[in-house]
Design a binder for this molecule. Sequence first.
Ligand SMILES: [Zn+2]
Length: 271
Amino acid sequence: MTDTRLHARFPAASFISQTEFAEYCRLMQARLDTRYLHETSLTTHDDRVTQVGTCGPCLRRTVFTTDTTGWERQPDGRRVPEWSDAQACDCEDRLTGRLRALVHFAQSDASLRRWTRLLLFGPPGQADRCLSALAGETTRIERLAPGPTAADVRLPAGDEAFHLVVSSNYLHRVPPLRAALAEFRRVLAPGGSLIFLVPFRYRALRTLSRDGLPELGGRQPLEFREPVHDIGWDMLDWLREAGFRHAAAHSYWSNELGYLGAFNILLHASL
Ligand SMILES: [Zn+2]
């Protein structure tokens, strides 16, 4: 991957609340319908769909490949598009649309540069190599550490140690999520950013968290195998309450860049 310093604009609409999002949906209904029609026109009998486009992170001409075997079938045997984990690029890491969007957003909107001190939080993921290659120095922390008391958790890192924290598909499995957000705030330098991907329920105002998780030695578990939080729009309030100055949900879509699917959401908070 080359560091071209030239980025395609990240094709997203940004919202700081569900109210803004609802208003956007109302005003943009015709465009959203057109997207939906385009996507449903890609209903297929084939086991594999290929589309020509451009890779957002490296601005290279590419072929996106989607394995459709997991897609739901219509009565006539055609499969209905399910884009959430689709459109793998032919670049080195074969990133799907979601992960390319994560890298692309980090470049274009969160200053991922050669000097960036990057923290990757959560288990290793497919986008890590690409993110690290674009950053200055990368640190990985796989999970929170217990704090001095049972109620505390901490990130084993100093104050203001990083410019950017990225977490992909993990935070919804972290029971002490509010404490984790406060820790991200603590370890970010002024101007720093947190970007994360989680399953996002764009119709829900409130985040629903599972109660009654088994405690281990009087402590809440630091991670869980299954989702613990069904994340809704109030996550933006959680981020602001954790001390972030700005928090927004970015809904991205692009046919050319291989970001298909209704309401793909990426969350971003900055200081
Ligand atoms: Zn690429």
